[in-house]
Design a protein around this ligand. Structure first.
Ligand code: MN
Length: 214
């Protein structure tokens, strides 16, 4: 089954204090749509068609079409959801504790994340991701790579991602990537990040165990 471009969970102008309307529209309808179409073309008629987007990421290293376009599909699908016009501020509850336990304070986390986003040379992404142990870590990846990929240097499950390609911010910010990163924190949907963490830590469905039942 072909992948479809997910709808944005808000209007194109909903985040305009942080990301302008025109950028949002072009980013979603042209860039994300482009990755979606090219991913579908890359897997059409192959065994890869049966795989989920997460399982495709585990094969990205040996398939440039899946790496670039499947990465683009997955990354943007996550990116839209972890932003909200009601977002921003500091995380609450479980997520606040996780940030504190892993990074000391929320400000230290923001500083480290902004550094990862600011120092990624050229195009790529900054991530907050989780190891199987539950440990949170910050990393960045080039191009459309992500920490799920078999070829990632630092592997884990992404729960928050920031697109630092110039197409994500250039119309409003030009060369001022740090300003874009700072304003991104005003729209982060921490409730969704928390749900992403819970999903990442949920036990995997045990297909083999189910089969053994008589
Ligand atoms: Mn992008």
């Amino acid at each position: 089954m072909a992948f479809e471009l997910p709808e944005l969970p808000y209007a194109y102008d909903a985040l305009k204090e942080s990301i302008d309307t025109r950028t949002m529209k072009i980013h979603h309808t042209k860039h994300h749509q482009g990755y979606t179409n090219k991913l579908n073309a890359a897997i059409e008629g192959t065994d890869l068609e049966k795989l989920s987007i997460v399982d495709l990421m585990k094969k990205a290293g040996s398939n440039p079409g899946v790496r670039n376009n499947g990465g683009g599909y997955y990354n943007h699908s996550l990116f839209w959801k972890i932003m909200s016009p009601e977002g921003g501020g500091a995380p609450k509850g479980k997520m606040a504790k996780l940030i504190k336990d892993n990074f000391g304070t929320f400000d230290k986390f923001k500083e480290a994340f902004a550094k990862a986003a600011g120092t990624r040379f050229g195009s790529g992404w900054a991530w907050l991701a989780v190891k199987r142990s539950g440990k949170l870590f910050i990393t960045s990846t080039p191009n459309q790579d992500n920490p799920l990929m078999d070829c990632a240097e630092n592997k884990g499950i992404p729960i928050l991602g920031l697109d630092v390609w110039e197409h994500a911010y250039y119309l409003k910010y030009q060369n001022k990537r740090p300003d874009y990163v700072a304003n991104f924190f005003n729209v982060v949907n921490w409730s969704q990040v928390s749900r992403n963490y819970s999903a990442a830590m949920a036990p995997k469905t045990k297909k083999k165990a189910t089969k053994k039942k008589k």
